[in-house]
Design a protein around this ligand. Structure first.
Ligand code: SF4
Length: 692
C-alpha cells in the first residue's frame, strides 16, 4: 500500500448494531467482546502487525466491570507516531490511578488494516483489550496538529460511532479533543462534542467526575432515568460546558457579515460562557507524571524515557503557537527530574533519556540537572538528549556534557530566518555573530555536523531575506571547513503556516508556488557548496495545514468531504491526499485563497476569538504591528513584564522559574554579556543565585 494513492474506502462500515458479533450489548455494564479473536488472523496480512498487539510493559488493564467510567484515549495516527506521546501517557496513568475509572488507548490503523477491518465488519479497537470504540464512555483524542482531522472522522466511523455529534445518542461515547490544534476546533465543530483547552491533568479528572455523575443520574431513580435520548445527551453536554476550559461547539453559533467575514461567535443558550478560558496547571510538581512510562512493543519515532522538565515559553517567537498558548513558564525541580529519570530508566530499561520542553536549555537549573544526570550515567550505555535549538555557546557546552557517553555528531540550531531584519520581525533574537561564534565553538570542540532550521514565507519577507539563508549557510560551512574537511552543514527549510493565538494570526500565508520559488532561490545559491545539504518539505504540505489552522466552521464541510473521498493520514508522504482536498474544496465551494492567502485586519473576528488562550488580543495586535516595524521584545523572564495578559489571569505576578525569583540560566547572545557566554557551565550555586 505504501507509495500508492490512498484507496477510496469512504465510510463504508455497516451501520452500528448490524456488525455481529460486535454489536452493542443490551447493558452498558456488560463487558463488550474483544475483537482479538477476529483480528489476530488478519495481522499477518498487514505491515508492522506488532503495533496492534498490545501487551507493553506498564500497560494497565482495569477490569471492565470494576470501572464506572471508561475512556479510550487516542492519538489519531499510527502507533509508531503516537505511542511516545506524553500527553496521552499522562492522562492514561492519571485516569487508571482512579479506582472508579478505566483508560485504554487507540491509534489509527494503517490503511491496509483498515481495509481488512471494514471488509470483516471489525471496529476501531483499544490496544489493551481490543474492545470496540463504541463501548467506551469517552473517546478522548489529542490533536497536536491539524493533519489528524480526517483520521479522527475515520476512527469514529470505523468504530461504529456517528461522525457528526448531532447524530450521536445517549449511549454513544462522548467525543473530546485536546492538544494544540484544539485551540481552533471550529473546522471540527460538527464532529466533536467538546474541545478541551490547555493543560489536561486537572480538567480531565473534572470531566471524569461529570461523566460518572451523569451515568449515575441515568440509573433507576436518577433524574435522567426515563428522559428521552436527546434530553440525556443535552444534559451531559450542558454539564460539560460548565467545566472551566471545556468548549462545547453545539452551544455556539458563528455570525457572518454580508461579505462572508466572521463577525463573532456567540452562545446560543443561557448560562453558556461567552469566552472559554484555557486551563493551566500552576504547579508541575503536583503532577509528576508519567511515572510508569509505557515501553513500546515495536519501533516508534522516539524510543526513550522522557521527562518534561518545564512547560511554557516566554521567548516570544511570533510564529510559535506552542510558545504562545502554553505560557507561563512552569518548571519542574531538579531533584524531581533526577528522581523521575532514575526510577524511569530502572523500570523501563530505556537507554536514552530525553529532557523535554519547548526549549530545554532554558530551564533555570539546566546546568546542574545535566551535570547530575551525566555523572549518574557516566560509563553506562544510557545516553542523554535535550531538544534545544538555542543559538549560543552555552547550548554547545550543555550538549558536550550530555554527550559524555556518546559521540559528538550533530548539533541543531534554529535561526529560523536568514537576515537580521527578518529575525527581528519574528522576534528571534539571534545575530549573525551569535551563530558564527556558536558554530566556531561547536566545531572546535569536536562536533562534526551542524543542522540549521529556517522557514520561508514569513511576513514581510523579501528575496533578499531568502538569499540570506543561503549566505548564512555558506558562512557557517566556511567555519566547518576550517575545523575539518569532512565537517558538514545541513539547512532544513520549511514553509511558514500562520497559527491562531499568535501575533502572526492575521498574516497571509504564501501559496505553495511562492514557497517553491523561494526554495529554488536557496537551492541555486548553494549549488557550488557541496558540503551543504538542503532539506525541504513539499511546499504543498502547508496547504491543508494552513486551511485547517485558521478555518472557521464552514471549513468543516471540506474536512468531511475530503474524508469521504478517502483522505486520511494527511501528514504522510506515502499518502498523497492533496488532490482529494482540492476536489473537496471545489465540491463544497470553499475558497482556499480567501482562508489562507489573505491578510486579516483588526476588525475581522477570528474563528477562535471566543476561546481564551490567556493572551490579551490587543497585545497580540500590538505585537503584530511591532513585527511589521522590526521591533523586538525581550523574554519577560529577564526583562520587564510587557503585559501579554497571561499572568494576571492566573493571579500570578511576574513569571518566574520554580525558585520564585529570577533564576536565569543565561542572557541571550546579543542582549548583553552572558553568565555562561564563554561556554563554561556555571556551578549550581551560581545558577541558583540569580536573585529575584
Ligand atoms: S503577563 Fe508579563 S510576565 Fe506573564 S508571561 Fe506575559 S509578559 Fe511574561
Amino acid at each position: 500500500m505504501l507509495g500508492s494513492a490512498p484507496p477510496s474506502l469512504g465510510p463504508t462500515t455497516p451501520p452500528r448494531g448490524q456488525r455481529a458479533p460486535f454489536r452493542r450489548p443490551g447493558s452498558a455494564a456488560t463487558a463488550p467482546p474483544s475483537c482479538w479473536g477476529a483480528l489476530e488472523p488478519l495481522l499477518p496480512q498487514v505491515r508492522k502487525p506488532a503495533q496492534y498487539v498490545g501487551g507493553e510493559h506498564n500497560q494497565r488493564s482495569t477490569p471492565w466491570e470494576a470501572a464506572e467510567t471508561r475512556w479510550l484515549l487516542c492519538y489519531p495516527d499510527t502507533y509508531e507516531v503516537g505511542q511516545p506521546n506524553q500527553g496521552i501517557q499522562i492522562l492514561y496513568e492519571l485516569l487508571n490511578d482512579r479506582p472508579t475509572a478505566l483508560a485504554e488507548r487507540a491509534y489509527a490503523p494503517w490503511v491496509d488494516l483498515e481495509e481488512l477491518l471494514r471488509a470483516e465488519g471489525l471496529p476501531t479497537f483499544s490496544l489493551e483489550t481490543h474492545r470496540p470504540l463504541w463501548a467506551f464512555d469517552v473517546f478522548g483524542v489529542t490533536l497536536p496538529h491539524e493533519l489528524g482531522h480526517t483520521n479522527l472522522l475515520n476512527l469514529l466511523d470505523l468504530g461504529g460511532v456517528a461522525h457528526r455529534s448531532a447524530q450521536r445518542g445517549a449511549d454513544d461515547p462522548l467525543v473530546l479533543v485536546g492538544g494544540h490544534a484544539a485551540f481552533n476546533p471550529e473546522p471540527l465543530a460538527p464532529f466533536v462534542d467538546a474541545a478541551v483547552m490547555g493543560d489536561g491533568e486537572e480538567v480531565t479528572l473534572e470531566i471524569d467526575d461529570v461523566v460518572r455523575r451523569h451515568k449515575a443520574e441515568r440509573e433507576p431513580g436518577g433524574s435522567l432515568a426515563s428522559a428521552p435520548d436527546d434530553e440525556v445527551r443535552h444534559a451531559l453536554l450542558r454539564a460539560l460546558a460548565a467545566v472551566e476550559g471545556v468548549y462545547v461547539p453545539a452551544f455556539y453559533a458563528p455570525r457572518y457579515s454580508d461579505d462572508g467575514r466572521l463577525t463573532r461567535t456567540v452562545p446560543t443558550e443561557g448560562g453558556i460562557p461567552a469566552l472559554v478560558p484555557k486551563r493551566t496547571v500552576q504547579d508541575l510538581e503536583q503532577w509528576a507524571y508519567p511515572r510508569k512510562q509505557l515501553v513500546p512493543m515495536t519501533e516508534t519515532v522516539h524510543e526513550r524515557f522522557s521527562v518534561e522538565i518545564f512547560r511554557g515559553c516566554t521567548r516570544g517567537c511570533r510564529f510559535c503557537q506552542a510558545g504562545m498558548i502554553t505560557r507561563p513558564v512552569r518548571e519542574r525541580r531538579p531533584e524531581t527530574v533526577q528522581r523521575l529519570v532514575e526510577e524511569g530508566v530502572a523500570d523501563t530499561g530505556f537507554n536514552e533519556v530525553g529532557l523535554l520542553s519547548l526549549s530545554s536549555a532554558d530551564h533555570s537549573a539546566i546546568a546542574p540537572i545535566a551535570r547530575e544526570l551525566a555523572d549518574t550515567y557516566e560509563g553506562t550505555t544510557t545516553s542523554l538528549s535535550l531538544p534545544s535549538t538555542r543559538v549560543d555557546a552555552f547550548n554547545v557546552t550543555l550538549s558536550n556534557e550530555l554527550a559524555r557517553n556518546g559521540r559528538r555528531t550533530g548539533l541543531t540550531f534554529a535561526p529560523e530566518a536568514g537576515s537580521e531584519r527578518l529575525r527581528a520581525v519574528i522576534n528571534k533574537m539571534v545575530s549573525e555573530a551569535d551563530l558564527l561564534r556558536t558554530a566556531e565553538v561547536a566545531f572546535s570542540e569536536g562536533w562534526r555536523h551542524i543542522k540549521l532550521y529556517f522557514m520561508v514565507g514569513l511576513p514581510t519577507e523579501t528575496d533578499e531575506d531568502v538569499a540570506a539563508i543561503a549566505e548564512l549557510a555558506i558562512e557557517v560551512y566556511a567555519v566547518a571547513r576550517r575545523h575539518g574537511r569532512a565537517n558538514k552543514v545541513t539547512i532544513s527549510v520549511g514553509g511558514f503556516v500562520p497559527k491562531p493565538h499568535t501575533p502572526f494570526q492575521w498574516a497571509a500565508q504564501d501559496p505553495p508556488e511562492e514557497i517553491r520559488r523561494k526554495l529554488t532561490l536557496i537551492r541555486h545559491a548553494i549549488k557550488d557548496h557541496r558540503g551543504i545539504t538542503l532539506r525541504t518539505n513539499d511546499p504543498e504540505e502547508g496547504v491543508i495545514e494552513g486551511l485547517l489552522s485558521r478555518g472557521d466552521r464552514r471549513v468543516a464541510a471540506v474536512v468531511e468531504r475530503a474524508w469521504q473521498l478517502g483522505a486520511r493520514f494527511d501528514g504522510w508522504h506515502e499518502m498523497p491526499t492533496l488532490e482529494l482536498w482540492r476536489r473537496a474544496l471545489a465540491e463544497t465551494g470553499v475558497d482556499l485563497a480567501w482562508y489562507s492567502y489573505r491578510e486579516r485586519d483588526q476588525r475581522e473576528a477570528l474563528p477562535w476569538d471566543h476561546l481564551d488562550s490567556g493572551l490579551d488580543s490587543d497585545w497580540l495586535w500590538e505585537d503584530w504591528q511591532d513585527a511589521q516595524s522590526d521591533q523586538q521584545l525581550d523574554d519577560c523572564r529577564w526583562s520587564a513584564c510587557y503585559d501579554c495578559g497571561v499572568c494576571p489571569g492566573l493571579s500570578l505576578e511576574h513569571d518566574t522559574g520554580y525558585t520564585g525569583g529570577y533564576s536565569l540560566p543565561v542572557l541571550p547572545q546579543g542582549l548583553g554579556s552572558s553568565a555562561a557566554g564563554d561556554g563554561a557551565l556555571p556551578t549550581a550555586p551560581e545558577r541558583y543565585a540569580g536573585g529575584g
